[in-house]
Design a protein around this ligand. Structure first.
Ligand code: UDP
Length: 316
């Protein structure tokens, strides 16, 4: 069997770097691409000595050229936390729209299968709970999250258009909140925020009254779902996430217990358009991919805390 070659965009990011590890482990040649806008080269540094690994520093909103054959493309480049896309609204729109267009063109010219990373944000502040793939969502296009949500909705749309009009072999994953080692400590997301605060002995900042819910998936489970979807023959969107739902207030208490900190919870204003509830319906992933999460929150948080203890200077 000839060795397969895969391009991974956003390769130095949280998810991209775990995908590089997984595909190297599966025996692929991995072509990693990133412009390091929100990624960190440290996440993939350990792969540089490998013969099966190459890295291109490139912004995918510009024409993407990769010499040689490609069998697969994973498009994971994008700012992905609310703080990041508030700071970089134009880049967020461009990478979801122009970046996806460039990579679909590349997939077409190389005859490669492409999987694009969409998100539960396409459901906006959902009126259907849990969210099924056939729900069209409740998104405010001109709100602060609109730049991410609408770019990802466009991403899905243009991906389906390339599938039906140009016969490109496409896959669309809708990723729900995911956590694990290599999350950026300063990306503003709730998990690094809470763990950072707890380890520094600061109070945990719950937004709103803490009654909004999220459902957190450990990164290894997500990567397995991505792998299975890529290898499947299903071109429509598939939710991948862990349906174990928790309120943000309860999550803060869980982090306090886990870290043993004496920090308290303080309440801050709820950001605009913050979804009140989020939980994936994963019936499709189960039926089509035979996939479901295997790592529960207490195990996943234990592994994630170990990582954060290595990157946060001890102050307590
Ligand atoms: N959140 C919070 N405190 C923080 C950061 C986030 O209470 O310091 C809340 C946020 O308002 C949202 C949830 O935690 O309701 C998850 O936020 P995150 O930024 O991780 O991602 P989202 O799921 O909103 O995209």
């Amino acid at each position: 069997m000839t060795q397969k070659r895969i391009l991974i965009t956003g390769a130095a990011g949280f998810l991209g770097s775990h995908l590089c590890d997984r595909f190297i482990k599966e025996g692929f040649k991995v072509v990693a691409m990133d412009n390091l806008l929100t990624g960190n080269i440290k996440n993939i540094e350990h792969l540089f000595p490998l013969a099966n690994f190459e890295y291109y520093h490139h912004d995918v909103t510009k024409f993407v050229h990769v010499p040689g054959d490609l069998d697969y493309i994973l498009h994971f480049a994008s700012p992905a936390s609310p703080i990041d896309y508030l700071k970089m609204p134009i880049q967020t729109l461009k990478v979801g729209a122009l970046g996806t267009h460039n990579l679909l063109g590349l997939a077409r010219s190389k005859n490669a299968r492409i999987l694009v990373a969409s998100t539960s944000e396409v459901y906006g502040d959902p009126m259907v709970h849990p969210q099924t793939e056939d729900y069209w969502g409740n998104v405010n296009p001109v709100g602060p999250r609109g730049v991410y949500d609408e770019a990802k909705r466009f991403m899905e749309s243009i991906t389906m258009a390339y599938h039906t009009y140009h016969n490109v072999d496409t896959r669309i994953i809708r990723i729900f909140n995911t956590y694990g080692p290599r999350m950026r400590l300063d990306d503003g997301r709730v998990l690094p925020a809470f763990i950072g605060q707890a380890l520094r002995g600061e109070d945990l900042t719950a937004f709103g009254d803490g009654s909004q819910t999220r459902s957190f998936c450990y990164v290894d489970d997500l990567v397995e779902g991505i792998y299975r979807l890529l290898m499947s023959d299903y071109a429509y969107p598939v939710n991948i996430g862990n349906p174990d739902e928790i309120t943000i207030g309860d999550f803060a208490e869980e982090i306090i217990r886990l870290t043993g900190t004496s920090s308290k919870i303080i309440y801050k204003p709820l950001p605009q358009d913050d979804p009140k509830q989020r939980k994936p319906d994963i019936t499709k992933a189960k039926e089509i991919l035979g996939w479901g999460p295997t790592i529960n929150r207490s195990e996943g948080l234990k592994r994630t805390l170990e990582y954060f203890m290595t990157v946060i200077p001890k102050s307590v």
